[in-house]
Design a protein around this ligand. Sequence first.
Ligand SMILES: [Zn+2]
Length: 239
Amino acid sequence: MRFFVVKNAKLATFSAIVLAVLVATFALCSPMIVYAARTTSEVPTIVIDAGHGGVDAGVVGKTTGMRESDLNLQIALLLGDVLKGAGYFVVYTRTNDTSLTLVKSDTRKRTDMFSRAKIINSAKADVVVSVHMNYFPSSSRRGAQVFFDRNDDASFRLATAVQNSLNEINLENMGREFSPLTAEKYILSCSQAASVIVECGFLSNPADERLLETPEYKALLAEKIAEGVKDFLKGETAG
Ligand SMILES: [Zn+2]
């Protein structure tokens, strides 16, 4: 009996060492932003992807010169705050003005997107919201539009919920609503998560640009996107 106790104590020590090594290895190998693993599997994980960053500014405001990458990040962080406040687990693909790759060649964009996909898949995201700004040759086009992958039903439901919420802003600004649109984009199909791209406004439209300059409008966009995400998640658990 005594031998049994000693043997188990040794086993326990050995197990503790193995566990410590495994935890340390996991922490060192995981991307910095992700390794604060979700606390409970009951809480949905939402990955917020601020499009572009670093050398990739995205589109630039026609009259203001505002960089899309900056606006995307500002709205992404506000959106994250709202969703964290609502009790969801939030993971960002970036939290500062950086590209997600160190490669400086033609493959830079591709490796940047692979890094985003890795974060999304490591986080086991339930929802992905990729934040962008739009641009169109005709300056008359404006408003907030949501895009999804046509092959995924959950993404369609998420896109519909987010677009419906954003249409409150579209109605007020333009007197019209949008339906969610399909798009073939890597970020929309790189994981099992319900995924959308939100094009918050047109940097080719002076009225959208003026609004996007203000902190109040950025906060409003974040709030409306969050409402759409919450509506979608409530619908999924109810169904
Ligand atoms: Zn973009």
